[in-house]
Design a protein around this ligand. Structure first.
Ligand code: ADP
Ligand code: ADP
Ligand code: ZN
Length: 214
């Protein structure tokens, strides 16, 4: 099963993608996590990406597309995957469609996690992230078992640099300009599913699994 998660920054894509990956036994591929791992490791790719990420801008397509297409060519992706944070632009979506076409494959679902902008800033200010395994928490809505520590891997949780309110506003503008058009793109492809992302996170997951099947 090959799935794309769509939605604004903070809509809950990562949270749901992790649950999908676990339930269906497929890898969770987050371009944001790949960039953050590169920043942490001090690679050239990481340095390049950081300059854009800190400004709330998208990393250019020429860097991002190749990186993602390489990742989905790896051996663990033969049984499918869940993409979180890619595609984010029409050229990214077109490149993905074309790369899959060449292999006689297609995406199965694009799940749009719908959350209005008003709810996003609250979510982001309470988000805490594990830069080691990519898990995210919320101080109120999804607190870790012990404060400041990742349940999954024991690393210290951080407030991401780009989750400050000013940067979040910028990311929302970028989302509306560059990413929201993908909702129509995947509607036209006939694979769009929209779920109400304002529900409690286990409710959102139930709505998603109702579509994906057992
Ligand atoms: P969010 O949790 O807001 O959805 P991500 O972790 O997916 O954030 O992405 C963080 C940042 O990484 C983005 O604001 C952007 O700068 C960069 N990024 C991630 N994925 C992409 C992509 N597909 N194209 C361009 N930039 C990306
Ligand atoms: P995205 O990957 O779309 O940027 P995340 O999955 O990281 O979003 O979620 C953003 C923040 O909102 C996190 O702090 C997360 O714990 C919290 N969150 C996710 N889903 C819900 C939900 N349904 N209700 C309340 N908070 C949520
Ligand atoms: Zn962790």
């Amino acid at each position: 099963m090959k799935i794309i998660m769509l939605g604004a920054p903070g809509a809950g894509k990562g949270t749901q993608a992790k649950k999908i990956a676990e339930k269906y036994g497929i890898p969770h591929i987050s371009t944001g996590d790949i960039f953050r791992a590169n920043i942490k490791g001090g690679t050239e790719l990481g340095m390049k990406a950081k300059a854009y990420m800190d400004q709330g801008q998208l990393v250019p397509d020429d860097v991002t597309i190749g990186m993602l297409l390489d990742r989905i060519s790896e051996a663990d992706c033969t049984g499918g995957y869940v993409l979180d944070g890619f595609p984010r632009t029409i050229p990214q979506a077109e490149s993905l469609t074309e790369a899959l076409n060449q292999r006689g494959e297609k995406m199965d679902y694009a799940i749009n996690v719908d959350v209005p902008d008003e709810a996003i800033v609250t979510r982001m200010s309470g988000r805490r992230a594990c830069l080691s395994c990519g898990a995210t928490y919320h101080v109120v809505y999804n607190a870790p078992k012990s404060e400041g520590i990742c349940d999954a891997c024991g690393e210290a949780l951080v407030l991401r640099d780009d989750d400050k309110p000013e940067t979040v506003q910028k990311r929302l503008t970028v989302y509306h300009d560059q990413t929201q058009p993908l909702i129509n793109y995947y509607q036209n492809e006939g694979i769009l599913v929209t779920v109400d992302g304002t529900k409690e996170l286990n409710e959102v997951f139930k709505d998603i699994t109702a579509v994906l099947g057992a």
